[in-house]
Design a protein around this ligand. Structure first.
Ligand code: M6R
Length: 601
């Protein structure tokens, strides 16, 4: 979604703003812009120079005059109010052209505010909700920007992260409510951004703003107030390096992140299972009296939750419910003794945040599973389990999904009462995962070949059973989001209840055939499918010679305890999606219309 950056310091802001915006491109955007407070000659009034356009930051940069100024802001816009156009791109100015604003979030009462401001004589140049913020601040501004911003924000209904500046002033006023905003702390310079990826090149130290915070940021100082009171926010070290947020020689971030999975799994396991003792040490505590778990999440995180549902059910015999976070608002079941878990790699997905807030309001204990330190979900949930994937830049979630699974398996194992032998076997299974996943990655060439065969089709079905049905869902999501091929996942047994009508020679089927109790029924489903003409590609383990006779192609995977099969099947399906998209020439890291973190309802 939208990304915002700001700079106040001793250097020219323009190159810093442009580089920072490029670091936020992964969030997804359709237009961009920068505003710089220009150091005018003494005899002329200070001004703000704004440049904005539709399309990529690099393209805007080509036509950008060199503007000098030590304070500025930038924005990548993902359209919500109004079409994609230069006029609707941020920054937005007030009538005088002396106050500039960039904004992430949604102002719900913008129409009534705009009508009122128009009656007062304000002229609007865009269709956006954001522009009303600039005009409201203009109404209240008489020399004290912080005060004017506070008064304007008090009138807004909705969510925001904003940066505001006035021509000629050496400071930015920034504020947040339910949209992420951080301040990167430098030496005689400070940086503002929607997330740490934007500031990694310049500093390793950040302050995470809280809801309701208003900060005045200059090169020399940062002062923060909340509700009129001065507050201190802890300065924290960013646990990610610049290199982790770069492509490192890979053609796409997604491919790099797929290949980082053995390391990401190892890092997430580290500290939780000892390499010598079969020990799991989690910081997460289960309250006495809790009788069931409800997991809320979106997209890929939801698929991880569905796999978790099977694993927790199997190991702990604990009832688990999983809800898509955006549906949780419409959910009205008894939750007296329910522990609510929210899974979100970014920790910023609004639907998931709102679901966790609702759970807290209902009095449920809450746990967040996230990959991003300091993200909003870590402030809302009572307990946090951090996955340790490092930054994920590709819009398609890969390594964060893998570590969400690790987190869920660890949680399930830690709450289970297992026989020691079973327990040790599972620990061994976890320990072997990085090398087993690496073995799948080593077969990348063969999977790429299958992807080339899949690439001309317009529709693909993915089928699985049991634990691997959500894996099929994840495979279909990966394929559709990056290759733009319509892909649907079904529990294999369900195809004959309707989708069979669509099967034929032009609808290939990817079938997950794991050697557990789902294997035989899966073969039955495959035979029924083959009788109707589709090509079937099976994911099958090494040594399963029977499968060859029933399908057209086989992607071989190392043998593991079937409980761990989702890890290997998912990696194979990620690679299948990646190489299909590559064959089709798709923009893999930035798929059309998608955003990395979805911060709007
Ligand atoms: O950051 P989150 O895990 O909360 O994100 C949830 C979904 O938006 C995300 O998984 C999305 O489905 C991905 N693009 C899938 O690859």
């Amino acid at each position: 979604m939208c990304g915002i950056v700001g700079y106040a310091g001793y250097r020219d802001s323009q190159p810093i703003l442009l580089e920072s915006l490029k670091r936020l491109e992964y969030r997804g955007y359709d237009s961009c812009g920068v505003a710089i407070s220009v150091n005018s000659a003494l005899e002329t009034a200070p001004t703000i120079e704004v440049h904005k356009d539709v399309g990529r930051v690099v393209d805007m940069e080509k036509n950008l005059p060199c503007v000098h100024g030590r304070v500025g802001m930038g924005h990548t816009r993902w359209a919500t109010h109004g079409e994609v156009s230069p006029a609707n791109a941020h920054p937005h100015l007030d009538c005088s052209g002396r106050i500039a604003v960039v904004h992430n979030g949604v102002i719900e009462n913008f129409q009534s505010l705009r009508d009122e401001l128009s009656r007062e004589g304000h002229h609007f140049s865009s269709e956006t909700d954001t522009e009303v913020i600039a005009h409201l601040i203009e109404n209240y501004y008489s020399g004290d920007l912080e005060r004017a911003v506070a008064r304007a924000l008090a009138e807004l209904v909705g969510t925001y992260a904003v940066i505001v500046m006035v021509a000629g002033h050496e400071e930015l006023v920034v504020a947040r409510r339910e949209s992420p905003l951080i301040i990167g702390v430098g030496d005689k310079e400070n940086f503002v951004a929607s997330d740490v990826a934007a500031v990694l090149d310049y500093t390793g130290s950040v302050v995470y703003l809280e809801d309701g915070d208003i900060a005045v940021v200059s090169g020399e100082s940062i002062t923060i107030t909340n509700n009129g009171d001065r507050v201190q926010r802890e300065r924290q070290v960013i646990p990610w390096s610049v290199e982790e947020a770069q492509k490192g020689g890979y053609e796409h971030f997604m491919l790099k992140e797929i290949h980082e999975q053995p390391k990401a799994i190892e890092n997430t396991l580290k500290g939780h299972i000892s390499l010598i003792e079969p020990l799991i040490a989690l910081d997460v505590v289960k309250d006495e009296g809790l009788e069931d778990v409800l997991i809320v999440a979106c997209g890929t995180s939801w698929h991880a939750a569905l796999i978790g549902e099977y694993v927790i059910g199997k190991l702990c015999h604990l009832p688990v419910r999983v809800k898509v976070a955006s549906e949780f608002n419409h959910y009205d079941m008894a939750m007296d003794k329910t522990w609510v878990w929210g899974i979100s790699q970014s920790g910023e997905t609004l639907d998931t945040l709102q679901a966790i807030k609702k759970a807290r309001a209902l009095g449920c204990p809450t746990l967040a599973i996230t990959n991003v330190p300091g993200s909003s979900i870590t402030r809302i949930a009572e307990q946090v389990f951090y996955t340790r994937s490092g930054p994920e830049i590709g819009v398609a979630a890969t390594k964060t999904f893998m570590t969400q699974l690790v987190a869920l398996y660890l949680l399930a194992m830690s709450f289970a009462s297992l026989d020691m032998m079973v327990y040790e076997g599972l620990i061994e299974g976890l320990r072997l995962l990085p090398s087993k996943v690496q073995q799948v990655l080593d077969e990348v060439g063969k999977i790429a070949q299958h992807a080339r065969e899949l690439s001309p089709y317009a529709n693909v079905f993915f089928i699985g059973r049991g634990l691997n049905y959500p894996v099929a869902m994840e495979g279909a999501l990966k394929l559709k989001e990056i290759s733009y091929i319509h892909a649907e996942a079904y529990p294999a047994g369900e195809l004959k209840h309707g989708p069979f009508a669509l099967l034929g020679r032009t609808t290939p089927v990817v079938a997950i055939t794991t050697k557990d109790d789902t294997y035989e029924p899966m073969l039955t489903s495959i035979k029924e499918i083959k009788a109707r003409g589709p090509q079937v590609i099976a994911l099958a383990e090494e040594g399963d010679e029977d499968i060859e006779q029933f399908v057209d192609a086989v992607i071989r995977l190392p043998q593991v305890d079937p409980l761990f099969s989702p890890f290997l099947n998912s990696v194979a399906l990620q690679l299948l999606a990646y190489y299909t998209a590559k064959e089709r020439g798709c923009p893999i890291d930035l798929p059309a219309n998608l955003a990395k973190s979805v911060t709007v309802p």
